[in-house]
Design a protein around this ligand. Sequence first.
Ligand SMILES: C[S@@+](CC[C@H](N)C(=O)[O-])C[C@H]1O[C@@H](n2cnc3c(N)ncnc32)[C@H](O)[C@@H]1O
Length: 204
Amino acid sequence: MTQQKDFDTVALQWDEEPRRVKLAGEIATAIKENVPLSKEWDALDFGCGTGLVTLQLAPALQSMTGIDSSSGMLERLGAKIQQSGFQNVCTELCDLGKGELPAGNYHLITSAMTLHHIKEIIPLLQSLKTLLHPGGWIALADLEAEGGRFHEDPTGVFHNGFSREELSGMLEEAGFSAISIKTATEVVKGESTFPVLLATAKSD
Ligand SMILES: C[S@@+](CC[C@H](N)C(=O)[O-])C[C@H]1O[C@@H](n2cnc3c(N)ncnc32)[C@H](O)[C@@H]1O
């Protein structure tokens, strides 16, 4: 059994990795292309980290709440919110692995590269669905099944990516409909290329 990774220790340097910033931009673009974002929507980004995706989506939404279990990551995001003057973004410390959920209802729930850090995914998706307004969207970006080659340090990695069938099956089991799985982009690491999937679905 793997333990939870301490993201606090990497928070200050998180945005200094160009590959990460590029990936976040590509995931945000894929979400914008596949979900009809609205300035009337309240959104939740779980595992938001330093907000690399969160802050790119926020201008197209009424509000954006970034939640994360790492106070260090949220401090970095908080500083960026202040520096850039975002009025519609807030953060909340929340460990989804412990069943903690934010208050409120949302039109959209997003996540980038976080699902593989959550052990029990179907109960999480079921809980998240209760936060969505009827007809609300979920958009999840994560690695396609990669056989454990992506992370040099496997601490806190509960899933070595996901197959399309797994993602689709988990969303279906959690009660989502209109499920679509696409390749959002890919990450090049050394000699290897890792596809990143975007799963979108709706709450009835
Ligand atoms: C790989 S990072 C991705 C961060 C950000 N979405 C991005 O694309 O840069 C994974 C994030 O998920 C958060 N995380 C991991 N387990 C979590 C949990 N159980 N509850 C909430 N957040 C969690 C970590 O603290 C970290 O910020």
